[in-house]
Design a protein around this ligand. Sequence first.
Ligand code: UTP
Length: 416
Amino acid sequence: MIKRKAEVEVILKKYGQEHLLNNFDKLDDIHKERLLEEIENIDFELIRSLYESTNKKQKKEVDKIEPMEYLDKFKLNEKYKYYENIGKKAIKEGKLAAVTMAGGQGTRLGHDGPKGTFDIGLDSHKSLFELLCDSLKEEGKKYDVTIPWFIMTSRENNADTIKFFEKHKYFGYQKDKNLFFFVQGELPMIDTEGKILLNEEGLIKQAADGHGGIYESLVKSKMTEKMKSMGIEWVFIGGVDNCLVKMVDPVLMGIAIDKKVTVACKSVVKANPHEKVGVFCKKNGRPNVIEYSEITDEMAEATDDNGELLYGESHILCNLFSVEAVERMGANPLPYHVAFKKATYMNQNGEIVVPDSPNAYKFEAFLFDAFGVVDEMAILRVKREEEFAPVKNADSAGVDCPKTARDLYNKFYHLK
Ligand code: UTP
């Protein structure tokens, strides 16, 4: 271990991160080995460039933003059945799987445990995971198949997630047969001086690398290989925190197949022109999602000949990809976005510091930053009240919270 430590010291010196071994002698042998291994796996060049990106004012490139065409699910007329039949056939042939991204920290909700284990307060007291599973089972029955379910966790919540599923007998699914868990990637957190932080155990403080990590982790964990070996050609990728998410949608699938696109996304129309959501657009000619802060008031309010908002299709994390598109997206590194967060850490004297204000940078990739990889994608506008009941905040926020999600769920299923 002495030789290994000496080698690590050389790397740390090169990148000005020598402090990471300050408490080394206080660790037990297992933790010593783990820390050395973690340091060996850090991409210090990446960390350096990420730190530089926090200081630099991003050079504003002038992007060409244009509206993106979409289809309205309820204005398809006779085409509705046509697409539906194409999709139904593919689903019956076992070509569709569902992927649930459940690796987020759920900081706004403030639930102690993985977000998927959260009970939104329905009479049934079912967790978000169970609600999603119910819908998958229900849909599977319609087509006489079991929709394979892949769940992305983080290193932080993986063990708790699997324990929860075990306790609930996997809600009738079979682990490693039609239910698979895989862990997303993570990146070290750094302080305002660019120094990598240590966690409470004296190991590297890491944080999940954002929902954009989905593509790379599906590939790296060999889930895409597994999908192909199972005859799966399409994956619906959605979040864990939308209790009305419709993961099996033959119309969406039929559109993707018929139009020969490898990505098809659902949207809901903005509640008002200035709603703070990302909307689909074309950026420099390629599919993209633009944040509300990036478009002018004039653009936000612009309408077409039918009075519909030109930039009105909100991205709701309900996207269908061909497995091949996932692989292509997983091969291209995505840009990281920076967030300034509160992070408990071990200081240079081995003391645990619990900050009361943000002190550390966390880096996250966004799933939609990969959309530009494809030339064309299809957008299907669906009804908010049928497919979108997000659980983001605690009830005190009054929006996108357990209460609003519960009301939407009860209304949709005519439970109350
Ligand atoms: P959000 O961006 O809303 O984040 O995730 P969050 O972690 O749930 O909540 P906050 O921001 O900390 O309050 C949208 C979806 O993407 C998943 C989440 O689990 C959720 O289903 N996600 C997010 C991941 O799987 N990994 C991540 O690193 C981030």
